[in-house]
Design a protein around this ligand. Structure first.
Ligand code: FAD
Length: 450
């Protein structure tokens, strides 16, 4: 008898409890990844490329024993199980809306053995005293800290005896391009290297620097966490050795990742709809030609608001954007352009190399005021003062908006307001002061719902 280890968002061999569970079953294991068109198609080229590079690196670590198949896992996984006479399939659990449905469908045909999850603490585990879920981060975070997390599991390629996929007949192996060039180094080895480097040289400044896109000094581990080439538990264990405010702040950010996954697992609808239904009453003008023009300017980084444009161009160029700037551009779309947050969220998901449904949809909803936490709608980001505060010398803007490279210092944030015409750079497409009032007027409709 054999077994299957079905890799999904856990493309690593170190600290992967699924491998221990498969080894405990004392069976030879077939390592499988299914390229599922339902997930691959909406991914965007950057995330797809990163995925392929991660798979190549996993295959290499497994000495060429990763079987990659293209198609619907609901058919493929039971079929493979039949072919190798496996009576169960090992996975780490998936809590997203699609993954939950898919796994339930696979389970109709073959038992799934779930061990671990991509989170420090799996969704559903952190509950209030009365057993209900948290909707506000800070109390969730306190519970999360009290709960604690497991120590990393000691696993490696040699934990299991792997079946050679060439021995599985009648299955079409997907040929992955060998020389893909992801926008940043990915794979288990790259993740570990990047994290070690950050622990040695970056972590002590995290708290002070994390809001400064010009300094670009956050971990950039999001892409690795996305594909599970490192587990957050590994990172949390390493952070224990750093007794500093910065290490604690970074730990708190990792708790946000768990928090949003928990919220989405409990309310799968919130991937597409306002978590707070009062916001369904918010007037949004989606079907006017003007809405499309404004959306196009935002997407292209041509709004005339330098910090917004710099962020959108970083997204287009790198497939990544600094967290502070993600908040600024999201606020601009929702509160200055009065467009639906899900339009922005969809664009982000297409372009982000770290695009991750819970963090993205709930990051957007947090900004839009319709999501978790007490982020009051009426606290509206001013893109000028945000730029001046978090990019104080204007270096971030000049890095991403070449038209503004000749404008020195923080003056770069106010070209539009001072009426300075810069060749090739647009004048502000809206007036922030006017749109702020408009946003507040629209918010009255939401308040009436209460
Ligand atoms: P660091 O500051 O080094 O943080 C370390 C890790 O903590 C991150 O890699 C991430 O896993 C986690 N983390 C940090 N901040 C958050 C947060 N606010 N919510 C959830 N997890 C967090 N993050 C994604 O991973 N994928 C997304 O698609 C995504 N979309 C976002 C959309 C919007 C509108 C906003 C405001 C935030 C979004 N975030 C998303 C959260 C955050 O911006 C990124 O995780 C972060 O910028 C990634 O860079 P980093 O790894 O250097 O972060």
């Amino acid at each position: 008898e054999n077994t299957i280890v079905w890799f999904r968002r856990d493309l690593r061999l170190v600290d992967l409890p699924t491998l221990l569970a498969a080894a405990d079953s004392a069976r030879n294991a077939l390592a499988v990844f299914v390229l599922d068109p339902a997930l691959i198609k909406p991914s965007g080229v950057r995330r797809r490329t990163a995925l392929i590079a991660c798979l190549n690196s996993l295959d290499e670590a497994l000495d060429g024993r990763l079987l990659v198949v293209r198609g619907n896992p609901v058919e493929i996984i039971p079929d493979l199980a039949r072919r190798i006479e496996a009576t169960q399939v090992h996975i780490s659990s998936d809590h997203g809306p699609y993954g939950t449905r898919r796994d339930a469908a696979v389970e109709q045909h073959i038992p799934l053995v779930r061990t671990g999850s991509p989170f420090a603490i799996a969704p559903g585990r952190i509950v209030k005293d009365d057993g209900t879920a948290y909707r506000v981060f800070t109390p969730f975070y306190k519970r999360w800290l009290d709960h604690g997390w497991r120590a990393p599991a000691s696993t490696s390629a040699s934990t299991n005896s792997w079946i050679d996929p060439a021995a599985v007949t009648g299955v079409e192996r997907a040929e992955l391009p060998a020389n893909v060039k992801p926008v940043c180094p990915v794979g288990e080895h790259a993740a570990r290297e990047q994290w070690d480097e950050y622990l040695a040289n970056g972590v002590d400044q995290y708290k002070e620097h994390r809001d400064r896109p010009d300094l670009d000094d956050t971990t950039r581990m999001s892409v690795h966490l996305k594909w599970g080439t490192i587990h957050p538990r590994t990172m949390l264990a390493d952070l224990r050795d750093h007794d500093s405010d910065s290490a604690r702040e970074l730990r708190r950010q990792l708790a946000w990742r768990d928090f949003y996954a928990d919220v989405l697992a409990r309310e799968p609808r919130s991937a597409r709809h306002n978590l707070n239904p009062d916001f369904d009453r918010m007037p949004i003008s989606t079907d006017t030609p003007e809405a499309q023009v404004l959306l196009a300017a935002w997407k292209a980084g041509r709004t005339g608001y330098p910090i917004v444009d710099a962020g959108m161009r970083q997204l287009l160029h790198e497939g990544w954007m600094h967290n502070r700037v993600r908040m600024i551009v999201a606020s601009f779309l929702v509160k200055d352009l009065h467009l639906p947050w899900w339009w922005g969220a969809r664009f982000f998901m297409r372009h982000l190399v770290d695009g991750d449904l819970p963090a993205n949809q709930h990051g957007w909803q947090w900004v839009a005021g319709s999501g978790t936490d007490a982020a009051p709608y009426f606290r509206i980001f001013n893109p000028i003062t945000q730029g001046q505060r978090y990019d104080p010398q204007g270096d971030y803007v000049r890095r991403w908006v070449p038209e503004l490279r000749e404008i020195p210092g923080k003056e770069v944030h106010t070209v539009g307001q001072r009426g300075i015409e810069v060749p090739g750079y647009p004048a502000p497409i809206v007036d922030h002061a006017v749109e702020r009032r408009e946003a507040l007027a629209r918010y009255e409709h939401v308040k009436q719902a209460r």
